[in-house]
Design a protein around this ligand. Structure first.
Ligand code: PLP
Length: 428
C-alpha cells in the first residue's frame, strides 16, 4: 500500500492531519499566523477570492492558516469532509442554525441539553422567528410527533449535559433523513476519540472546543464539522440563491461543500464569531494528546463513579459507565471506550441543597467553577449556576434535581481524587 492510499490511525491524525512542516522556516509545530489580513497578488486575484472563484485567505474573520490546520485536523478525527472553527461552542451551534434556518422554521431538540443551549434555542431563536420543540431524547415517538412541515433539523447531545444520557444517534439519523432534514449532534462530552456521530449517520457535529479538545481550561472555542453526505440539493437555504453573497447558489456551486462554504463565508463572516489564531494553536496542542488524555479521563471517571455508587453518603450516581445505569447499553454501543468524564450524583440528606453546598466548599482538589473538560477535576451545582435560568419545570424536563452535583473528572492521581471526595462527603 502506498503512503498516499494509507488511511492513518486516529492517533497519527491527531498529530499530523492538516499540517506539513513549514517549507520556508522548517518549523515543526504549527505556526501561529497572528495576522488580520493577507496581501493579494494583484487586483484580479483579489477579485477572484472575493467572488469565491478561487479559495484563499482574505481576512481572519473568514479564514486563517492556523485555524485551517485545526479545522482540517478535527474534520479528519470526526471523519467529516471539513470544518469551520468559531469563537465558542455557542457560536458554533448558532452558526449551524443561522446557515440552515429562516424565520418561520422550526427545530426539534433533545431536552437533555447544556443550559446555555436551551436558553439560546428558546429565547434567542424566538427573536429570530425560529421555534424550538424539546423532547425526551429516549422517546423516539416524541421526536416523530414534534416534527412538522416547518422542521429543518433535529438536534441532540451525544452525552447530555448534565445528566449523562446517551443519544441513540442511529435511529434518530434515520428519522431525520426520512423527513429530509439533517441530524446535528453536539459531541462536546464525547470528543471524536470516544464517539464519532457522523459514523452513526449524523450529518453535522458541533463542539464546545473549550472543553476536552483544548483540554486545559485555557481558551473558549467552538467548531462545526460536516459529513458532506446530507443532500442539500433542495434544502432552501443552501440551494436557493443567497442575496448575502450576490445570489450565489451554494449547493450548485460547491456541491457537498456548500453548507460549509455558506457557514464560513456568510454566517461567520456576518456574525463575526471567528476563532483567534492563538486559540486555534492551543486547540491544536490539545488535539495532539486527545486520545491519551481521554483514556485517563474515563479511567478516573469510571473508578470515581464506582466508588461513589457504594458510598454510604451518596444517594445516586448517574454515569452511563455503571452497569445499572439506564443508558449503559447505549453507552456500550456509542462510546465503547467510556462515556466521558462528566457525570452527576446526589448526596443523601434531608437538606440536599445545603449538603451540596457544604460538600463543594469542603473539597481541596476539585475546583468549583463553571466549566468541564479541564485536565484538572472540577465541580459545580447546576441548579444554582449553569442551569439557573431554567424554571423548576424546565429543570425537571432537563433531568436535573436541586441537590445534583456535577463532577468533571480530571487527570490527577485516582486515589487523591477518591480521598478528596470522601473527606468532603464525611463533612456533609
Ligand atoms: N455544548 C455543551 C455540551 C456545553 O457544555 C457547553 C458549555 O458548557 C457549550 C455547548 C457551549 O460552549 P462554549 O462555552 O464554548 O460557548
Amino acid at each position: 500500500m502506498t503512503q498516499q492510499k494509507r488511511k492513518f490511525g486516529f492517533e497519527t491524525r491527531m498529530l499530523h492531519a492538516g499540517h506539513i512542516p513549514d517549507p520556508v522556516t522548517g518549523a515543526r509545530a504549527v505556526p501561529i499566523y497572528q495576522t488580520t489580513s493577507y496581501v493579494f497578488e494583484d487586483t484580479d486575484k483579489a477579485a477572484q477570492l472575493f467572488e469565491l472563484k478561487q479559495y484563499g485567505n482574505i481576512y481572519t474573520r473568514i479564514n486563517n492558516p492556523t485555524n485551517a490546520v485545526f479545522e482540517e485536523r478535527i474534520a479528519s478525527l470526526e471523519n467529516g469532509t471539513g470544518a469551520v472553527a468559531t469563537a465558542s461552542g455557542m457560536a458554533a451551534q448558532f452558526a449551524v442554525f443561522m446557515t440552515l434556518l429562516e424565520p418561520g422554521d422550526e427545530i426539534v431538540s433533545s431536552s437533555h441539553l447544556y443550559g446555555g443551549t436551551k436558553t439560546q434555542f428558546t429565547h434567542t431563536f424566538k427573536k429570530l422567528g425560529v421555534k424550538a420543540h424539546f423532547v425526551d431524547p429516549t422517546d423516539m415517538q416524541a421526536w416523530e410527533r414534534a416534527i412538522t412541515p416547518k422542521t429543518r433539523a433535529l438536534y441532540g447531545e451525544t452525552i447530555g449535559n448534565p445528566r449523562g444520557s446517551v443519544l441513540d444517534i442511529e435511529p434518530l439519523a434515520a428519522l431525520a433523513h426520512a423527513h429530509n432534514v439533517p441530524l446535528i449532534v453536539d459531541s462536546t462530552f464525547a470528543t471524536p476519540y470516544l464517539c464519532r456521530p457522523l459514523d452513526w449517520g449524523a450529518d453535522i457535529v458541533v463542539h464546545s472546543a473549550t472543553k476536552f479538545i483544548g483540554g486545559h481550561g485555557s481558551s473558549i472555542a467552538g467548531v462545526l464539522i460536516d459529513s458532506g453526505r446530507f443532500d442539500f440539493s433542495s434544502f432552501p437555504t443552501i440551494a436557493a440563491p443567497d442575496p448575502a453573497y450576490h445570489d450565489l447558489k451554494f449547493y450548485e456551486t460547491f456541491g457537498h461543500y456548500g453548507f460549509l462554504m455558506k457557514a464560513r463565508t456568510v454566517t461567520v463572516r456576518d456574525t463575526g464569531a471567528a476563532l483567534s489564531p492563538f486559540n486555534a494553536f492551543l486547540l491544536i496542542q490539545g488535539l495532539e494528546t486527545l486520545s491519551v488524555r481521554m483514556e485517563r479521563h474515563v479511567q478516573n471517571a469510571q473508578a470515581i463513579a464506582a466508588f461513589l455508587a457504594q458510598h454510604p453518603k451518596v444517594a445516586w450516581v448517574a454515569y452511563a459507565g455503571l452497569p445499572d445505569n439506564p443508558y449503559h447499553a447505549l453507552a456500550q454501543k456509542y462510546t465503547p471506550k467510556g462515556p466521558g468524564a462528566v457525570f452527576t450524583f446526589g448526596i443523601k440528606s434531608d437538606n440536599a441543597r445545603q449538603a451540596g453546598k457544604t460538600f463543594i466548599e469542603s473539597l481541596h482538589l476539585f475546583s468549583h467553577l463553571a466549566n468541564v473538560g479541564d485536565a484538572r477535576s472540577l465541580v459545580i451545582h447546576p441548579a444554582s449556576t449553569t442551569h439557573q435560568q431554567l424554571s423548576d419545570a424546565e429543570l425537571e424536563e432537563a433531568g436535573i434535581d436541586a441537590g445534583m452535583i456535577r463532577l468533571s473528572i480530571g487527570l490527577e492521581t485516582t486515589e487523591d481524587l477518591l480521598w478528596d471526595l470522601d473527606q468532603a462527603l464525611q463533612l456533609t
